[in-house]
Design a binder for this molecule. Sequence first.
Ligand SMILES: Nc1ncnc2c1ncn2[C@@H]1O[C@H](COP(=O)(O)OP(=O)(O)OP(=O)(O)O)[C@@H](O)[C@H]1O
Ligand SMILES: [Mg+2]
Length: 600
Amino acid sequence: MSIRRLPEHLVNRIAAGEVVERPASALKELIENAIDAGATRIAIVLAGGGRDRIEVADDGGGMARDEIALALERHATSKLPDDAIEDVTTLGFRGEALPSIASVARLQIESRSRGADGWSITIDNGAKAAEGPAAIPPGTRVMVDALFDRVPARRKFLRSERSEYAACLDVVKRLAMARPEIGFTLDHDGRRALTLPPGEDRPARVAALTSRELADNSLGVDFEREGVRLGGVAGLPTFNRGVADHQYLFVNGRPVKDRLLIGAVRGAYQDLLARDRHPVLALFLQVPADQVDVNVHPAKTEVRFRDPGMIRGLIVGGLRRALDEAGHRSAQRPSAAALGNWHQEGGHPRPFHEGVEGSYAGALFSPFTPSWRGPGGGSSLSVADVQRDYFPQARAEAATEPVSDAKNHPLGVARGQVAATYIVAEAEDGLVLVDQHAAHERLVLERMNRAMANGGVARQALLLPEVVELDEPACDRLEARFAELEEMGLELERFGPRAILVRATPALLGAGDAKGLVTDLADELAAFDSALSLKERLDHVAATMACHGSVRAGRILSVAEMNALLREMEVTPHSGQCNHGRPTWVKLAHGDIEKLFGRK
Ligand SMILES: Nc1ncnc2c1ncn2[C@@H]1O[C@H](COP(=O)(O)OP(=O)(O)OP(=O)(O)O)[C@@H](O)[C@H]1O
Ligand SMILES: [Mg+2]
């Protein structure tokens, strides 16, 4: 075996393995180059999800003829004038993006610096193919055709055109959000997908790229500690989504998908959101250059902080402060010790203890005691939608039905409702708390499954079809599933490139929020895309539908409604856990209540 130096084209191809994973990563490099060149407008054209063509044109500084040739060489960059990689302020600095892309595609650069003539060089899979004058306005245009055509191993790993396009769109959105002063256009397969005018301010750009509704459902964040600044827009917990894709995080103007930051965001919203819901937000972190290393990831999407604990604390603290100031406080938590005494279904109930005096349920869970405090804390009772402020409710209706035989009614009879979210019931052997939304969601899902097994879910036509605006990949994903969704009772129709028309919804969901349902379904489809089997997909879709057809936390129920829910739970399979695997009810045995009061 002899050791040899690899030829340049092979070195580039190996580098391409890290930098250019799919069309979206090539696109990212090209847009970053345009931004670094000082562009005020960037025009992006894609064909076939970027697999067939990626074109990025900018009005930035451009390159002279000999610079173009140099730019295509490995480790050639204009961005580290003082060799000081710690102080890098540009998006690029490695000098390897262009040669890497050129080694796995046909790449043409046309460029013209001001006051000079334009020049064009074409490299075909690592070898120069053409060179000559180019008649273009000042700036640069890079075209990448037939990516990975000569690298079958890579081509094989590409996903559908739709998925590749969705990834490209995500890249454009993130970079456009980082630089609201730059104008962007995006065309895909001859259709305009995005127009963002230059000179926008940050909130306008964030709203344009996320949702126009975000403006009314978010808080401004501006917070500084020890020279680190956190700015941006944080969505209210109520404006949540089913996937975490709608979180845009930036460090020093660079879009990142950093685990530390994602974890900090989750931490900040932890007890304000159900575990399977995610906030929508755009956060911009400005960190002194010497406290962050951007050179830790080939695609530069992760960073390393000198003091990660401080950054995490800043994000959690800053977000919490903003959310708290908005009056959306989280629920008080019961103490770990008290919670430990609650039985979940499947646990072993403690024996009934004689000598309980009177009716304790009303006293312990009086509607005027919205939550209980205990010493300690730190346990996590995850609660859906408790962030809404509620007022203790008075009841005109008396809940006095006698406790029936535990064998027939193990969940007891309703005594009241706490926080407009939990049903308090008295069973023969203890006190039962039911999460009304989680429980009802489960019942709806079971009903849907039964209907599906019996030949389809009945539909209910909407009087006025509802238009739901979504981005194009989301509409495409839904459209690909129209037939299956129709079997589940949801009748949708494509309405232009970026909208879906809802014609009918599953009858058993009742008149719900069709828009929220379709938006969540689109998120669901994006999240599991081709990763799950059809069967699993249907379960997810049915679960999402069930969630929308269910009694929300926060709805005040009558005693009769509560008892009806308890009775249906008792006869429905799997009703002890919600569609996300959490318990729908918990029971505190009489003996445990006594322990809480030190009587035992
Ligand atoms: N759109 C553009 N306009 C002007 N100059 C450009 C453009 N694209 C590339 N260049 C020049 O070509 C050089 C090489 O680009 P390339 O993307 O390969 O490396 P880089 O941006 O320096 O670093 P990185 O590999 O981290 O992206 C750049 O440093 C820049 O000088
Ligand atoms: Mg670059």
